[in-house]
Design a protein around this ligand. Structure first.
Ligand code: ARG
Length: 469
């Protein structure tokens, strides 16, 4: 540990800080991630100070040049972040001042760390949120690719985890795609809501110096200025919104993982994770466990926890800045890292899984998943649906009591006793494939309908890839 230097602004304190207390309040180990964003903000600020005549143009130019140098030195590793600095802002300002003397002492003119951190976080998120969105698109693309090969692959659709009605694997995977498309949209919305430039809000009450806020906003690519200085330094809505968005994303991944875990069992055996994405057991030689799916499922809880930590941190804070808020980054970055790694791993895992078409098709018979189709058949012949539901239920009951696995195995003589409207053509309509094809509405499992969905998803993927954030 390098020795703690008193920050540049501790002039009024006679006593140096206690080591444990310093360790307690320091955030450099977390906010060092913002180094490049912090410098970018300072470059824009210093340029503006010079252009507005608040500091001499030559000094502003020296500050900008040195800041850029610091940025590239940090990038190459020739300059190391000092863990003894209090936070990233004081580290950068300290290096600048060591190198430039009085000119360096001018960089913080008209600025507070309170508006600086609000800027840094936004700059950082505007840089990394598009990467997370790209990872979501990668996953949607991987799922669409799998789905395209399985528009005819029958599988049971479930409600209450009971076989309900036949669908296809493509239909099922496309369902997940749409949930991910909404996750992608939510992150895009969050970016729009944080598109406000906070610098010039100072500690809380702005500045009496003639800062050119518009210029800074323009240079940094923001569409608007934060409209209220108190709000600007005390708002962490964007962190909470992102943690909420990531929580919803993780909830989706977790549900999907739960299915993969269930589908990997000997009982289901619909899917098999590749060896690379499975682990063995230290005692049971036969085991091939879907651990990655389980870990992602479990880690969703950590992201929800980060969201709750952020909400709880903020809920009692009076305006404006309160130091509690420093820890927003701990929760946000933890949520970020968990979601980012989960997304990447999930995509690689699902892309290499193999699908057992025979097992999925076999599971479509034996659960009377065609009972609704028998009712629909009678409805087409004029029977009221509620009556038809009763007839189909009676057929199911007779099958169960007689040990008949599927109503297509019930002889016609017995079938027709349930309704005079039942003719022999009913059997052709009760096969899982016929049931699946009959569901030919937009959004349904009929292969043509699913192909249309996949085409729509591919359009969304192409649009997302073309979109420049
Ligand atoms: N590192 C601090 C944070 O993240 C910066 C603001 C510190 N402001 C203060 N008044 N102590 O919140």
């Amino acid at each position: 540990m390098s020795e703690k230097k008193s920050p540049l602004w501790h002039g009024r304190f006679a006593e140096g800080p206690d080591a444990e207390a310093v360790a307690f309040e320091t955030s450099i180990h977390i906010d060092e991630r913002l180094a490049q964003d912090d410098i970018r903000g300072s470059v824009a600020h210093a340029g503006m100070l010079g252009a507005s005549g608040i500091i001499p143009g030559s000094e502003a130019a020296a500050i900008v040049a040195e800041l850029k140098k610091i940025a590239s030195e940090l990038e190459t590793g020739s300059l190391k972040i000092d863990p003894a600095a209090e936070d990233i802002h004081s580290f950068v300002e300290g290096v600048l001042t060591d190198r430039l003397g009085d000119a360096g002492r001018k960089v913080h003119t008209g600025r507070s760390r309170n508006d600086q951190i609000a800027l840094d976080e936004r700059l950082h998120l505007r840089r990394v949120v598009p990467l997370m969105r790209e990872s979501i698109v990668d996953l949607v693309e991987a799922l669409v690719t799998i789905a395209e090969g399985h528009t005819e692959t029958l599988m049971p659709g479930y409600t209450h985890l009971q076989r309900a009605q036949p669908v296809t694997l493509a239909h099922h995977l496309a369902a997940w795609c749409w949930q991910l498309v909404r996750d992608h949209g939510r992150l895009g919305d969050a970016l729009k809501r944080m598109d406000f430039m906070p610098l010039g809000s100072g500690a809380l009450a702005g500045s009496g110096l003639p800062l050119d806020r518009e210029r800074v906003a323009r240079e940094l690519g923001f569409s608007a200025l934060t409209p209220n200085s108190l709000d600007a330094v005390s708002d962490r809505d964007y962190c909470i919104e992102l943690a909420a968005d990531l929580s919803i994303l993780m909830m989706h991944l977790s549900r999907f993982c739960e299915e993969l875990v269930i589908w990997s069992t000997e009982e289901f055996k619909f899917v098999e994770m590749s060896e690379k994405w499975s682990t063995g057991s230290s005692i049971m030689p036969q085991k091939k466990n879907p651990d990655y799916a389980e870990l992602i499922r479990g880690r969703s809880g950590m992201v929800f926890g980060n969201l709750v930590a952020l909400l709880t941190m903020m809920k009692g804070l009076p305006l404006s800045y309160d130091r509690d808020m420093q820890d927003d980054k701990t929760s946000l970055f933890a949520a970020w890292d968990t979601a980012a790694s989960s997304l990447r791993i999930f995509t690689r895992m699902i892309s290499t899984a193999s699908w057992n078409e025979d097992r999925m098709a076999a599971a479509c018979t034996g659960g009377h998943a065609n009972a609704t189709d028998l009712a629909d058949y009678l409805v087409r012949k004029g029977m009221p649906f509620r009556t038809a539901h009763g007839v189909a239920a009676a057929v199911v009951r007779e099958c169960i009591e007689g040990g008949i696995r599927d109503m297509t195995e019930l002889p016609f003589e017995r079938m027709k006793k349930h309704s005079s409207l039942i003719a022999e053509d009913v059997y052709a309509l009760l096969s899982p494939e016929a049931c699946m094809r009959a569901r030919d509405l937009p959004g349904g499992p009929n292969p043509e309908r699913v192909k249309a969905q996949l085409a729509e998803l591919k359009g969304r993927i192409a649009a997302a890839r073309a979109e420049k954030q």
